[in-house]
Design a protein around this ligand. Structure first.
Ligand SMILES: Nc1nc2c(ncn2[C@@H]2O[C@H](COP(=O)(O)OP(=O)(O)OP(=O)(O)O)[C@@H](O)[C@H]2O)c(=O)[nH]1
Ligand SMILES: [Mg+2]
Ligand SMILES: [Zn+2]
Length: 354
């Protein structure tokens, strides 16, 4: 991989040097032409040309090292390897397959099942590489719900953190669900409702839960039923407790999963989809903790901050940062009292240090 990387890099440089000061329009054309070429190669690569294959759609439940995946088909779960051609395509585009990917599996060479095609992702959870040359990693794809787990007390409810998670959900195109846990510790429901008013006003789905009294657990289960969700949130808020409440013995499922992978003793699992007994899956990943906002997100935060979608299209400037621009609809709404000043403060804070 590294060698290949180097080669491509050098080639690209060479091509750049050959350009003899064209005017800007010419550069545009060239860029388009080469983009078109890449797209053509990719689409050729993307589809298997073999005609003795027997393709069936499946879902990647777990990705092992050495290009092995556990794939759920309609009636069975199998281990499959990624075809060489797809590997090449993935290397050019998205990196690797991710948990949750919809793929086309060739059943003909059974029991050596091969993944031939990747069906375009509806969304993906991405962890950014930290160094300049480090690649971004897709942790999971096609996830329906980001459960933003908070607790009312211990640790105290932090709206600023909710704002961050709501931006992340919007950025990754995953529906957010706010869970306020440890509701059994709440003595002042007026204060609680005040803290939640902004999120209710902008239409966020909120569930109040307690793993001790059982409040809200059935409602939460109904929301997660038949969908794929991932729990995020502050350490100690109660993610593990909630998951155990929803599905007693889910750890047992985790154990079964690792037994299943007897083949790979040195496999490192980044993420796994665990089936709920009531339908749908739980995405279990340590990686969720490292998904955060990125310095580059400064450009999109003005559009993704919760509740701003009703205003920013009315700002005079398309790239308005809602800080001091004239004709800013967000600032106007703030003045009119339509946007909670505390949320606006939170916005400025997040914009400063995403
Ligand atoms: N009072 C109260 N305590 C709870 C509730 N849910 C969980 N706890 C307690 O909160 C603590 C943390 O819960 P965990 O489920 O481990 O939290 P977590 O979000 O999984 O934490 P990390 O794994 O560190 O991210 C535990 O001591 C739980 O017993 C609840 O509804 N009410
Ligand atoms: Mg936990
Ligand atoms: Zn603005």
């Amino acid at each position: 991989m590294k060698q290949k990387d180097k080669k491509q890099h050098i080639k690209f440089k060479g091509r750049l040097r050959n350009i003899s000061l064209p005017d800007l329009d010419v550069l545009d054309d060239q860029r388009e032409a080469s983009a078109y070429k890449t797209a053509r190669i990719s689409s050729k690569l993307k589809h298997s040309q073999k005609n003795d294959s027997e393709l069936q759609v499946g879902r990647v439940m777990e990705v092992m090292s050495n290009y092995q995946c556990r794939v759920a088909l309609a009636d069975q779960t199998v281990m499959a390897s990624i075809s060489g051609r797809l590997k090449q395509f993935l290397y050019q585009s998205s990196g690797l397959l991710a948990v949750g990917d919809q793929v086309e599996l060739d059943l003909a060479p059974a029991p050596d099942f091969r993944i031939e095609n990747l069906i375009p992702r509806r969304n993906s959870l991405i962890r950014y590489g930290s160094g300049t040359f480090q690649r971004d990693i897709v942790i999971a794809a096609n996830i329906d719900i980001l459960v933003i787990t908070t607790s009312w007390l211990m640790p105290r409810f932090k709206p600023g953190l909710v704002d961050r998670y709501l931006i992340l959900a919007a950025k990754h195109n995953i529906a957010p669900l706010i869970v306020v846990n440890k509701i059994d510790l709440c003595r002042d429901f007026e204060e609680l409702e005040e803290s939640l008013a902004y999120y209710r006003q902008i239409g966020c789905k909120i569930i109040l839960t307690s793993t001790i009294s059982g409040e809200g657990i059935d409602e939460l289960r109904d929301m997660l039923k038949d969908r794929d969700s991932v729990f995020s949130g502050h350490s100690g808020a109660g993610k593990s407790s909630l998951i155990n409440c929803l599905e007693p013995g889910i750890e047992l499922l985790t154990a079964e999963v690792s037994d299943f992978n007897e083949k790979g003793k040195h496999t490192t699992t980044q993420a796994v989809l665990l089936p709920w007994s009531f339908g749908g899956h739980l995405l279990d990943t340590p990686g969720i903790k490292t998904i955060s906002l990125h310095q580059d997100d400064v450009k999109i935060i003005p559009k993704l901050f919760p509740g701003f979608d009703a205003y920013y299209p009315l700002c005079k400037f398309r790239d308005c940062s809602h800080i001091e621009e004239v004709g800013c609809a967000v600032l106007e709404a703030l003045e009119k009292g339509e946007i909670d000043p505390e949320r606006y403060e939170s916005y400025r804070w997040i914009l400063q240090s995403p």
